[in-house]
Design a protein. Structure first.
Length: 278
């Protein structure tokens, strides 16, 4: 009896810690949604109250009527979709080469690519910025996109996924006269389609939420992305329109949240496959 009671207490403690962790992770989202439905007076009078009463949609109406929301959505979507397509395509093709081709220094090249994971992003900011300035791409979406057209993590994940495809299947395709590009597009790609979809969603979400690099590159207000547009409502000197800012933040967060919600299974499976195969 004492043993069961002790086990129950241990389980209760673990569950309590888990619930606390979940609450801490969800609280920023709850705060964002709550604040977006409050007037400015309610924001300051009941800052931490997650239940606005009465709720108001004036902040959303202001965003839709007085804010070039669709321009910023298009800017963000254009950058995100180009980066996503480029990263997904290069990840698949590079992984295919690493898995199915034999060439000199293959392992050294792959290991060198892995080393890029450990280079702080801040180290790359200055050379990338100077390069974009030299190319005349400052204050353009292309200056935001160019440094992010290839992704080492995507190559690694696709390589791990492809290593799980049985070699006899590919050898049979080659014996039937299939060219390398036919093996890739007609044999390999259909088998790894869920994983390609998963990393594409991750690429899209990361690009959609990118803040620091676009902040350095973009200056014209009409070229801003949604995350940058938030700063228009937040002032360091006070007088910030928190309700409107949180309404913009909510609308900005919806596409990534919906994408992840629908494709969560594919994303988790991709990382599981990457962890199983060495």
């Amino acid at each position: 009896m004492k043993t069961k009671l002790a086990e129950f207490k241990n389980e209760w403690q673990y569950h309590a810690l888990l619930l606390l962790a979940v609450f801490l992770m969800l609280w920023p989202i709850i705060f964002m949604l709550s604040t977006s439905l409050k007037t400015l007076d309610q924001v300051f009078e009941a800052t931490l109250n997650p239940l606005p009463f009465p709720p108001t949609f004036d902040n959303y109406l202001m965003v839709l009527e007085d804010f070039p929301l669709f321009t910023y959505i298009w800017n963000t979507f254009f950058i995100a979709i180009v980066v996503t397509v480029s990263k997904a395509a290069t990840s698949v093709m590079a992984a295919f080469a690493f898995v199915y081709y034999q060439f000199k220094c293959k392992e050294a090249i792959f290991n060198s690519m892995l080393l890029t994971f450990f280079i702080p992003i801040t180290v790359l900011v200055m050379p990338n910025y100077l390069l974009m300035a030299k190319l005349g791409l400052l204050d353009t979406p292309y200056g935001v996109m160019l440094p992010g057209l290839v992704d080492g993590m995507g190559i690694f994940l696709m390589r791990q996924t492809m290593r799980g495809i049985p070699k006899p299947l590919l050898e049979a395709a080659v014996l039937d006269g299939a060219k390398p590009h036919q093996v890739l597009f007609k044999v390999v790609l259909p088998l790894i389609k869920p994983s390609v979809l998963a990393i594409s969603i991750l690429f899209f979400i990361n690009s959609w939420n990118e803040y620091f690099w676009p902040l350095l590159i973009l200056q014209d207000k009409m070229n801003l992305t949604l995350p940058l547009a938030l700063q228009m409502f937040i002032s360091a000197e006070g007088g910030s329109e928190w309700g409107v800012a949180m309404a913009v933040a909510t609308l900005t967060s919806l596409p990534p949240l919906l994408l992840y919600g629908f494709c969560q299974k594919f994303i988790i499976n991709t990382f599981m496959q990457a962890g199983v195969k060495g």
